[in-house]
Design a protein around this ligand. Structure first.
Ligand code: CA
Length: 226
């Protein structure tokens, strides 16, 4: 999953980016409303953390522009203390949730997970595909109850496919949702990651749909059907 952080306080922005990366997300940052708006307009983020007090274009205006342009990604706004009217304007502009500064990173991460799983139509942080379990809270995966050791890129790939289980996902979509902007993006590396992931979780759990992409499936179910 890929997150955009729009925050002009350099310390807070860096802390947020680090906490999010440690959790296994790809993260891009912007320190003003103009850059933030552009990034959200051109890249398909899974969620956005948006400060409201921003240089060049304020957060409410950024959010209004995105929503007017049909951007549906979940947005969590960061508001100053005692500014209840900011929260109301934020929700009116299309925010999905808010946090008042200062806040605990754990709470931010929990709210983000809730926003992303809701957006993808899941009710919990753990997603089961047959006997494969993907725990997005702990960033871990289990096969038949046994923990599988994955690199952060492998987990991101698996987590994104689990969020969208049963659907065919193109290489381009995977590239866009598991790499941050600075990463050297090459869709061929997706094949390498898929290959490694298959070796770790079982070859037949990731189906290749020729010319279209990949699909995470429950092999038991698939064989029963055919
Ligand atoms: Ca600010």
């Amino acid at each position: 999953m890929r997150i955009l952080v729009v925050e002009d306080d350099p310390d807070l922005s860096r802390q947020l980016a680090e906490a999010l990366k440690d959790t296994g997300y790809a993260v891009d940052v912007a320190d003003n409303g103009e850059d933030g708006h552009f990034m959200g307009d051109t890249e398909p983020y899974d969620a956005v953390i948006l400060d409201l007090g921003l240089p060049i274009i304020d957060g409410i205006s950024v959010l209004q522009k995105w929503r007017a342009d049909g951007k549906t990604f979940p947005v969590l706004i960061l508001t100053a203390r005692d500014q209840w009217s900011e929260k109301v304007s934020g929700f009116d502009a299309g925010a999905d949730d808010y946090l008042t500064k200062p806040f605990h990173h754990e709470e931010l991460l929990a709210r983000l997970r809730a926003l992303m799983r809701r957006a993808a139509g899941h009710t919990t942080d753990s997603i089961e595909i047959g006997d494969l379990l993907v725990d997005n809270r702990a960033a871990r995966c289990f096969v038949e109850g046994m923990p599988i050791k994955l690199t952060s890129h492998e987990f991101r790939l698996l987590s994104y496919m689990a969020m969208h289980k049963g659907r065919v996902i193109s290489r381009t979509e995977l590239v866009e949702h598991i790499y941050d902007q600075d990463f050297d993006r090459d869709s061929n590396t997706i094949e390498v990651f898929v290959g490694r992931l298959r070796r770790k979780i079982g070859t037949d759990r990731i189906e290749t749909v020729r010319g279209l992409g990949y699909r995470l499936i429950d092999p038991e179910n698939a064989s029963k059907k055919s």
